[in-house]
Write a protein that binds this ligand. Structure first.
Ligand code: CO
Length: 478
């Protein structure tokens, strides 16, 4: 059982961060505490569910909300904010109908019970999970479809991206590509799940051209949200889940609710080499959404990941705003040491406190990292919404926290280096927080070398931004 610590937040405060933001706007951020560093130049893009209801009819899961892109551009010590929804045909159709027209993967059904949902196997593309700028294209990502291409300046939606026909309709691209800072390539994958699943490994060059490195078939249903890569391997954790589609087909449950963790079944690492050869190595059962980073050291692969003891899904027909945090599974940061030659895995707990959204310095992606930045809860044990940013030193084990509790709630941190060759933690951690006191969001700039210290700058937005998912930073200024 979890220990009950004194609560670090009020549920009412936390719930307010799930209100929809329907206005699309663009303005200079003129309320700033501290100073925006002059060397901080570029654009922070964020994606996440901007709309969590249509005319008060609520989506059943935060992951089902419509994708909204925020862009915060930094130049000359000033910052500009803009936001736009990804204008998918489904978003536009529901907007003009004024009601929910589609089922969504995680927890949303059409009104009218199973009769309205039976045999409707279409899931809405919510384009809400991540946003990256690569080769002149701004891509809004959702893992069960192709990316949506947007104009990086105006954020206007251009349409589904096929990369000159190389991704055909029905093919998919992950919401978790990883950028190789040294070559400029963006590495990603797509999974076509089934009784046997197909994993395609994709590269998008710095000119925006997509190519397929390999395509492999693996046995079993795959739910692969993220991967890690090193110079020689593309690394997946195949969570031991099964998909029982009948309740989904019959309209009784959403697709996401039909996923179950197989009891006592091991998890498996899938190591795909550059030639497309797959090696499978079993490890203790656990569920992973996000990997932090991986690198090779001698014969071993070191991989840091956030692990859950089970698949953390919501009970059907419960309002996620009312969840009991004491019953929510906590993710914890683990370090895996994988030896492909011996076929062995060791696992060690790194950060025991419930945490999510791990990141590293961009030049360390696929290379050895010392520091990880990650969202964490503000209390030492139990579970709660994420309210703190943790910096973990993998070499010394030192853990530092910057807490925004009791009235601040955080999202994914992004590390932005000050220069090209500085120390690994010479830079800033950018994080969007929801401040319940003022019912608005702030973009906070923390000094990564003094994470617990006073923020370098706090930029007050004129409104809140609903809790987001993932984003990225580019040196280009839009
Ligand atoms: Co994710």
């Amino acid at each position: 059982m979890f220990q009950t610590a004194s609560p670090t937040f009020s549920r009412k405060d936390w719930q307010k961060g799930y209100e929809s933001l329907r206005n699309e706007q663009a303005y200079w951020i003129d309320e700033v505490e501290g100073e925006i560093p002059l060397e901080l130049e570029g654009t922070l893009f964020r994606n996440g569910p901007g709309q969590l209801d249509i005319n008060g009819e609520k989506f059943g899961h935060p992951f089902d909300g419509d994708g909204m892109i925020c862009a915060i551009a930094f130049k000359d010590g000033k910052a500009h904010f803009a936001n736009q929804f990804v204008k998918t045909p489904e978003f536009l159709a529901e907007k003009s109908a004024g009601k929910i027209l589609y089922r969504s993967v995680f927890g949303t059904q059409k009104a009218g019970g199973w009769l309205s949902n039976i045999f409707d196997l279409k899931n809405k593309n919510v384009a809400n999970t991540n946003v990256v700028y690569q080769g002149g294209k701004l891509l809004a990502l959702w893992e069960a479809a192709r990316p949506y291409s947007l104009n990086p300046k105006s954020l206007n939606t251009l349409g589904e991206e096929s990369f000159d026909g190389k991704l055909t309709a029905g093919q998919v691209f992950t919401a978790h590509p990883r950028k190789d800072d040294h070559t400029g390539d963006l590495w990603g994958f797509g999974v076509q799940p089934g009784p046997k699943s197909t994993i395609s490994i994709y590269r998008i060059s710095d000119r925006g051209e997509l190519s397929t490195e390999s395509q492999v078939r693996v046995s079993g249903f795959c739910f692969l949200h993220d991967f890690a890569y090193t110079p020689n391997y593309r690394i997946f954790m195949q969570n031991p889940v099964s998909f029982q589609p009948l309740p989904f087909i019959l309209g009784l449950a959403t697709a996401g609710e039909c996923i179950e963790l197989k009891p006592n079944a091991p998890s498996q690492f899938l190591l795909i080499d550059r030639q497309g050869k797959v090696q499978t190595i079993e490890t203790d059962p656990c569920f992973v959404f996000h990997h932090c980073n991986a690198y090779e050291e001698g014969d071993e692969i070191i991989l840091d990941s956030v692990c859950y003891p089970d698949y953390p899904k919501l009970e059907p027909n419960t309002d996620f705003r009312e969840i009991d945090f004491d019953k929510v599974l906590a993710g914890q940061l683990y370090r895996f040491t994988i030896n492909p030659k011996l076929g062995t895995v060791k696992r060690k707990l790194v950060l025991a406190r419930s945490c999510e959204f791990p990141v590293v310095h961009p030049r360390c992606v696929g290379q050895k990292h010392r520091y990880a930045y990650i969202g964490a809860i503000a209390q030492e044990s139990g579970n709660a919404p994420l309210q703190a940013i943790a910096k973990v030193d993998m070499e010394t084990g030192k853990q530092e926290f910057h807490s925004f509790a009791p009235r601040g709630f955080i999202g994914e941190p992004i590390f932005v280096p000050r220069g090209v060759d500085g120390a690994e933690d010479d830079g800033w951690v950018l994080v969007l927080i929801f401040d319940a006191t003022h019912n608005r969001s702030d973009l906070v700039v923390l000094d990564a070398q003094n994470i617990a210290g006073k923020p370098v700058a706090t930029l007050h937005l004129k409104h809140h931004v609903p809790y987001g998912l993932h984003g990225s930073f580019t040196k280009e200024i839009f």
